[in-house]
Ligand binder design. Structure first.
Ligand SMILES: NC(=O)c1ccc[n+]([C@@H]2O[C@H](COP(=O)([O-])OP(=O)(O)OC[C@H]3O[C@@H](n4cnc5c(N)ncnc54)[C@H](OP(=O)(O)O)[C@@H]3O)[C@@H](O)[C@H]2O)c1
Length: 500
């Protein structure tokens, strides 16, 4: 196959499948294109053989970082095809500087014209009886379920990827148990709905979709594929098209308000750098958003906005990074903050950078979302669950040192050098984050962390959100040494961190 001439994702994918199969001595039908390449036991030498063969076939040198960045065959093929459309000039990418694919996010933000909430009579929901929720097997979703069960009398119908409802129910229960927020009394009010955000009609048959559309009163959409290394394309089905299906459900048979969990990432374009962005400000700029995940969140929120303009009652909730439960310290140990802290502790160095930890505890985020979604005055509005007083990274480093961890703060460039030269195995979580931390983007050749430094970011105002929460008794726990101690104690207790 000459990929130089017949160059599309499917070609690259089948080439990779057959070459990987040959390399590791298995049949091609034993290769799953969605499986992490590391799970095939591909060591770095074999990975380099694959890359150099690929180079020969493609006629250009793909960055070795691509294997980290797009860790399965499906994502890797898609990215290579995106980068090099059929008759494009083939580029050398050995310097690991990424040219963002020619992706026009504005053109992606098109809501199916058949989704017509304005064709239905308006509704006012004061006491929902049947709530549909996506993302219930995830971190924030678990806390939203708990809050909805506590604050309403409704049954919660949870979209869940499972072989059958029994398995779905068990996944949901186990998830709440893992965050220590399960109570047996919840059992009868959590109803699994087997489906998939990435499929048309959420993976249900048309009949079941209609039944759901007729019975549900309101929707909380928290489900999404969170991945900081995939490009836009592999995330689009779940995050963008999934949101479109949720909006379709909300606009069929009877109108259902949609409470959408977005992200402050919708303001990641450099056009907002250094500016104050308020809750109701527009978010028209998308140029310069490099993370595929952030791109999908921008497009998905645009779809929600279009549906709102067509008459759908919506509220939009934009959290920053979500940290652990402020009472128990229980958190998602796979999230970015925890992996970074653990990795830096192992390395012995933190970067000395001007970075504000804008993270909000999950209990605050979930309580605020549920409370705000229930206020009639919230309809049509966006809210920022940003921490009102974020702490500088330098303060976190001081706390870590005061707990006895022997870590130093070193200049950012030196920290990057350490990362390149001394973090060479998966034992350190920073190893798998290396592509995210080191790959260079934009004309200025900045890394993603460069783009997140304080001077490059907007100031996300949460003034209107705090005002809307007044009188609710919900407030964001301050980021103090005590809170940090609560988090650290949990991480040590679970074995995620070692005692200093
Ligand atoms: N975590 C943060 O720091 C943060 C910050 C800002 C915004 N947000 C937003 O908050 C929301 C929740 O995030 P999270 O931290 O709770 O994420 P999470 O723990 O990774 O949970 C994601 C949820 O989405 C579900 N999901 C993913 N793909 C799906 C698919 N194809 N079909 C059905 N369900 C699917 C997952 O189901 P499975 O269990 O089947 O995978 C899981 O229930 C997301 O919309 C995210 O963008 C999160």
């Amino acid at each position: 196959m000459n990929l130089k001439n017949a160059y599309n994702a499917a070609d690259i994918q089948s080439w990779l499948v057959s070459n990987l199969a040959e390399l590791i001595g298995v049949e091609t039908d034993e290769i799953d294109v969605n499986e992490h390449l590391e799970n095939y036991g591909l060591d770095s030498a074999q990975a380099m053989i694959l890359v150099s063969k690929l180079e020969k076939m493609l006629g250009f040198q793909p960055s070795p970082l691509l294997l980290w960045h797009y860790p399965n065959i499906a994502a890797l093929s898609q990215r290579l095809a995106e980068d090099l459309p059929q008759d494009a000039v083939i580029q050398d990418t050995t310097n690991a500087v990424n040219t963002p694919p020619a992706l026009d996010l504005n053109a992606e933000a098109v809501l199916d014209p058949t989704i017509r909430p304005d064709a239905l009579p308006p509704v006012t929901i004061t006491e929902p009886k049947h709530i549909f929720l996506t993302g219930g097997t995830g971190y924030l979703g678990a806390f939203i379920i708990k809050e909805l069960l506590e604050q309403t009398n409704a049954d919660i119908y949870c979209l869940v990827r499972a072989a059958n409802p029994l398995e779905g129910k068990s996944k949901l229960e186990k998830n709440l148990q893992s965050y220590a927020i399960w109570d047996e009394k919840y059992k009868s009010r959590i109803v699994p709905v087997v489906g998939d955000l990435a499929l048309p009609l959420l993976g249900m048959g048309a009949e079941q979709f209609q039944i759901l559309a007729a019975n549900i009163d309101t929707i909380y959409h928290s489900g999404a594929l969170l991945n900081y290394v995939y490009p836009y394309a592999p995330l689009k089905a779940a995050n963008v098209l999934g949101t479109q299906e949720v909006l379709r459900l909300a606009s069929q048979i009877k109108l259902k308000p949609v409470h959408y969990v977005s992200s402050v990432a919708v303001f990641e374009s450099p056009a907002y750098a250094g500016k104050v962005v308020k809750e109701q400000d527009d978010f028209n700029h998308w140029e310069g958003i490099f993370l595929g995940y952030s791109q999908t969140k921008w497009v998905a929120e645009k779809l929600v906005k279009i549906a709102s303009d067509r008459g759908l009652p919506v509220t939009i909730h934009r959290p920053p990074l979500i940290s652990g439960d402020s009472q128990t310290g229980i958190c998602n140990t796979h999230d970015f903050i925890n992996l970074m802290v653990k990795g830096c502790l192992q390395m012995g160095y933190f970067p000395d950078v001007e970075y504000m930890m804008d993270m909000s505890p999950v209990d605050y985020v979930s309580k605020a979302i549920v409370y705000l979604s229930m206020q009639p005055s919230s309809i049509g509005k966006a809210f920022h669950l940003q921490h009102p007083q974020p702490a500088p990274l330098s303060t976190l480093i001081k706390w870590v040192q005061s707990f006895g961890y022997p870590v130093k703060s070193i200049p950012y460039e030196q920290w990057q050098e350490e990362l390149i030269n001394n973090v060479s195995s998966v034992d350190n979580p920073l190893y798998t984050l290396r592509p995210f931390l080191l790959e260079r983007w934009s004309d200025e050749q900045l890394t993603i962390p460069d783009l997140y430094l304080q001077s490059k970011r907007p100031h996300i105002s949460c003034e209107e959100t705090l005002k809307a929460l007044e009188g609710s008794s919900i407030s964001c726990p301050p980021i103090t040494g005590e809170l940090f101690m609560t988090y650290t104690a949990y991480l040590i207790q679970t074995g995620f961190l070692n005692v200093a």
